[in-house]
Design a protein around this ligand. Structure first.
Ligand SMILES: [Zn+2]
Length: 415
């Protein structure tokens, strides 16, 4: 007798070519953000769902940034699992440095190339296919499965997952699974949070030879920017289970995000992203504006950072500050049920156990964690993410699909 799990894996194998075709077509349906118009890519998903006779809704607070939501109820009552992925991708500019067409979805040596191949059309395809395969056996599942394919993620915009979470509580669910890129060796249970601040320094200004007439806005800005380094000394306050997970995940974090990433995960970091000041070499500048990107680890709040900045700023009467954006760090149980499910499935499929980690960058999964809904990310290596020749290895793509399919199945068959 064949088990459901064997049936699901057999379907992935038998329909492998369809899955690859879908991903190639998805990449060819350009959806760079900015500008963020995702209608062509959303149409690709809609056509697929229609062919599979899977009902869906389009929720589009902005016409050019549609979100697709589909749900089904299983045979009996139970828990609600939500699958989430974004449709928009990074832009490619003029394609400089690419050796393949960024919108070609070309296959070379077992890899699919194109913008979005890993961030995150592979993960979103895994969500869509999971929804399709599990729908076929819904009379053997319990609870509810919801698919959310959203726009407006790459710029942290308000019209995608944020809009759904605020206006459509039916997408909250009891647990979230997302396929953003990371590494097949890791499951992400948390991420750091950005805090963006803009500082403006104004002085009277003067002729460049008359430095006795005015203070220099650029010099003040440089001094202030240097003193802001004080925020990097703030120590996070984390619970024992998070501390233990961060310790165990060190090697995996370095492997996924580069050497020393494990240290960076637990630090407040500060990056002066832009600085603009002065009009001409022989003038004492009357204005200088700079922006800083501070990243908060789990266990540090925005209030802590701002209360470190306030006394520094008060020593520079020519300077003012404005917050231009922030998201709090987010986390859920590093040893939660979905982690254990993912670990067991990956171990069975590949022979290794992915490690729970925290990521440096952000994903929409944070929005679920803010509402105390456990939200986990399991996705492919970020080959070429945000740069050139982005690609996914086809075998890895299929592995991500299998892992999401089996893990969703496990979650929806447990009591
Ligand atoms: Zn992404």
């Amino acid at each position: 007798m064949t088990t459901d799990r064997e049936t699901l894996l057999a379907w992935v194998d038998a329909e492998k070519q369809d899955l690859i075709d879908f991903l190639q077509g998805f990449i060819r349906a350009k959806s760079p953000n900015p500008p963020g118009d995702t209608r062509a890519a959303a149409d690709h998903i809609k056509k697929f769902l229609e062919r599979q006779k899977l009902p869906y809704r389009v929720i589009a607070p902005r016409e050019e940034m549609p979100n697709i939501v589909a749900s089904f109820d299983a045979r009996s009552a139970g828990r609600h699992l939500v699958l989430n992925g974004h449709i928009d991708v990074f832009p490619v500019g003029d394609g400089f440095g690419w050796t393949r067409d960024p919108w070609g979805g070309e296959i070379v040596d077992g890899k699919i190339y194109g913008r979005g191949a890993v961030d995150m059309k592979t993960g979103t395809t895994a969500s869509i296919m999971t929804f399709m395969f599990l729908n076929r056996i819904k009379d053997r599942l319990r609870g509810r499965l919801t698919l959310t394919a959203v726009s407006d993620e790459e710029t942290f915009g308000p019209w995608g997952a944020r809009y759904l979470m605020e206006h459509h509580p039916e997408v909250h669910g009891d647990c979230l699974l997302n396929g953003e890129p990371g590494s097949p060796y890791s499951v992400r249970f948390g991420e750091k949070g950005p805090l963006w601040l803009e500082f403006t320094v104004r002085t009277a200004g003067a002729h460049g030879a008359y430095t006795h007439k005015s203070k220099s806005a650029t010099k003040i800005a440089m001094k202030l920017a240097g003193e802001l380094e004080a925020v990097t000394k703030i120590k996070p306050d984390v619970s024992d289970n998070i501390r233990a997970a961060l310790e165990i995940g060190r090697a995996t974090m370095d492997k996924a995000m580069g050497d020393n990433a494990a240290d960076t995960v637990s630090l407040v970091t500060l990056n002066v992203g832009t600085i603009r000041g002065g009009l001409k070499v022989n003038m004492v500048p009357s204005e200088c504006v700079f922006e800083v990107d501070i990243r908060l680890p789990i266990g540090v709040t925005k209030e802590q950072v701002l209360s470190t900045v306030a006394p520094l700023l008060s020593r520079f009467p020519e300077a003012t500050m404005r917050e231009i954006g922030s998201s709090a760090p987010s986390w859920c149980d590093p040893n939660g049920e979905m982690v254990e499910i993912l670990q067991r499935n990956v171990e069975n499929l590949m022979g290794f156990k992915p490690t729970p980690i925290v990521s440096l960058g952000g994903t929409d999964a944070r929005l679920w964690r803010y509402r105390n809904i456990p939200a986990y990310v399991y996705g492919p290596f970020p080959n070429g993410m945000g740069s050139q020749d982005e690609h996914v290895v086809i075998d890895e793509f299929l592995h991500i699909v299998r892992t999401h399919v089996l893990s969703a199945y496990d979650y929806l068959t447990r009591e």
